[in-house]
Design a protein around this ligand. Structure first.
Ligand code: NAP
Length: 352
């Protein structure tokens, strides 16, 4: 599917952490970006995108849209051949899983793709899914024959009450494949990133990525960190993956976009090497039984601890490297650049 670069490209969730670097990449390549945002009048939120637009050869135009407002993306989509659907809430601390995660993810994806069906110009949709759509708990990975996730796998263990964010991503991606297979005009390409790290275009991002990395330096894990192993990927490499998924004619299917498996302690070790003891980085892991005991007190379910802490994490990222041309930068660079941005933006001022 060849995409004409003289046509505008639409993005949902343009204000988001993941979307930011993709917007920059599109603008730097001289494209016109139709940025769909919830509040185009929020000058404070848009100032970071405006800044990158000013320095680029491209053009950004804002459109008001909401995942839950039917047909609200139609205007932004007009004349576009390529649509990126990145918008979806990424938060681990929610009150109502159905309302806060599942509805915007699932109904939002349906809404966006119904508008794609009504917009004759669209030829390709790139969906930002997650490895969370591929597996639910780390134990699921250990139970796989080769203990490694590939694009063939699906999350079968998450639910409304257990890992609801992962559940929302699985439901939304499945719905996207279902809708795409009911027609032939546009194709669907899906990016499945692991935990995204690296500096944000907006240094005060609200994605859960910011919260998790902040906790490595703000003393939350001073006495010890949970022994959770996750995949990590740089936000800039992820933008490259999205860009190529949009414009490479042969791009197809799902792409696990993940660099290396990391833990809070391994990230703390990298940061200590750079910053010494200037910040209370975690040095050791808390024994699993202790976290299991304390879990309800800090808002975690024991089932989540039982099925995740202490299990390995492996993902096959070869398709993203070989077919999408992603060159993963060292994870050290990702975490240091991210942390440095937080320091420069006074994130740790109060804690120090
Ligand atoms: P983020 O910074 O919180 O971005 C989420 C975006 O979704 C924001 O632009 C937000 O808009 C928009 N959004 C949320 N609810 C909406 C609604 N009802 N209507 C319209 N827009 C809405 O989070 P992120 O980390 O960049 O996540 C972006 C995508 O990457 C998500 O699909 C997420 O699942 C996926 N992902 C993230 C990670 C990660 O580690 N960060 C890993 C794998 C996959 P507002 O600015 O108006 O709130």
């Amino acid at each position: 599917m060849k995409i004409d670069k003289s046509k505008p490209v639409m993005l949902t969730g343009a204000t988001g952490y993941v979307a930011g670097w993709l917007v920059k990449k599109l603008l730097d390549n001289g494209l016109t970006v139709h940025a769909a945002v919830r509040d185009p009048d929020n000058k404070e939120k848009l100032k970071y995108l405006n800044k990158i637009a000013e320095k680029s050869s491209g053009t950004i135009k804002y459109f008001k849209a909401d995942l839950l407002a039917k047909d609200s993306y139609l205007e932004a989509m007009k004349g576009c051949e390529l649509v990126y659907h990145t918008a979806s809430p990424f938060s681990l601390s929610i009150k109502d899983a159905q309302k806060d995660l599942i509805d915007p993810a699932l109904k939002g994806t349906k809404n966006v793709l119904e508008s794609v069906n009504k917009t004759d110009t669209v030829k390709r949709v790139v969906l930002t899914s997650s490895v969370a759509a591929i597996f639910g708990d780390n134990k699921d990975i250990e139970d796989l024959p080769n203990k490694i996730i590939t694009e063939e796998h699906w999350n079968t263990s998450s639910s409304l009450t257990h890992q609801p964010y992962s559940y929302s991503k699985m439901l939304a991606e499945k719905e996207a494949w279902k809708i795409s297979k009911e027609q032939t005009r546009w194709d669907l390409v899906v990016i499945n990133p692991s935990l995204v790290i690296g500096p944000g275009i907006n240094p005060h991002g609200t994605s859960e990525s910011f919260n998790l990395v902040k906790q490595i330096g703000d003393g939350t894990m001073k006495a010890g960190a949970p022994g959770l192993i996750v995949g990590g990927v740089d936000v800039r490499d992820l933008a490259e993956a999205h860009y190529n998924a949009g414009f490479l004619p042969e791009a197809e299917g799902r792409y696990i976009t993940s660099n290396k498996a990391v833990t809070f302690v391994s990230l703390g070790k990298i940061l200590r090497k750079k910053y010494g003891d200037a910040y209370p980085f975690p040095k050791k892991e808390i024994p699993k039984f202790m976290i299991w005991m304390l879990a309800p007190l800090v808002g975690f379910k024991r089932k989540m601890i039982s099925r995740n802490i202490g299990y390995s994490w492996n993902a096959d990222n070869s398709k993203s490297i070989e077919k999408l041309g992603v060159k993963y930068r060292p994870i050290e660079e990702s975490i240091i650049d991210f942390f440095q941005q937080m320091i420069e933006n006074d994130v740790f001022k109060k804690e120090k």
